[in-house]
Design a protein around this ligand. Sequence first.
Ligand code: C5P
Length: 236
Amino acid sequence: MNDIIPLKERIIVALDVNDAEQAKELVKKCESHTSYFKVGLQLFMSNWFETVDWIVDRGHKVMLDLKFFDIPETVKLAVEQVSNRGVSLVTIHGNDPIIRAAVSVRGDMKLLAVTVLTSFGEEDLRAMGMTQSIEDLVYFRAKRALELGCDGVVSSGLEVERMRRDLGGKLLIVTPGIRPGANVRDGSDDQKRIVTAGTAIKNGASHVVVGRPITKADDPIRVIEQMQQEIAASAN
Ligand code: C5P
């Protein structure tokens, strides 16, 4: 499946900025190289669907990353508000009742279940009294999400290999927590489960989500080009 996704859509640029003006500037800067953009909580709170509609009208794809988490009926109504307005990917939390509610109303969008946030480490799981490994938890949640009709999952690049091997080629696996370079821990910010773009794709991710390494770079296009070279070399 991975080789049929155009290189221009492999990197989803996270538009984690304060307003529509900054977001549009970033899209214009990156769009010669990338055609997939993520709108998350920070930007959505500032202008609701303004930037989403603008990106879609410009011919690009949008991942709307609001990670819906509520009682099933509320999630269902929220997903319905988003469906059929050109958004390509929408995120929900990977709990059974939430997934069931969202699947029934997703329209033409693909639904991604968040497994375990990439800012979460094994020690955070232990602090919650959980004895499972993150890899097992991600795998179990991904398996359930797929069984319940989700199109894919969000997970770190560290858990991708097993999911791709055991859950098949159709599953979309979208991987944040991407950091460039040999020492990926440099500039990891609040992310704990991090890999390079090349490793994520090599392990079987369909897409990578990249925010700060691109948005805070002096030369975002250079970062994108380097990541795309790695991705092209890693895709199979
Ligand atoms: O700046 P950075 O590359 O760390 O940004 C990652 C982006 O991916 C953020 O917008 C964050 O909300 C999002 N994300 C994540 N982990 C998830 C799901 C989404 O980091 N599990």
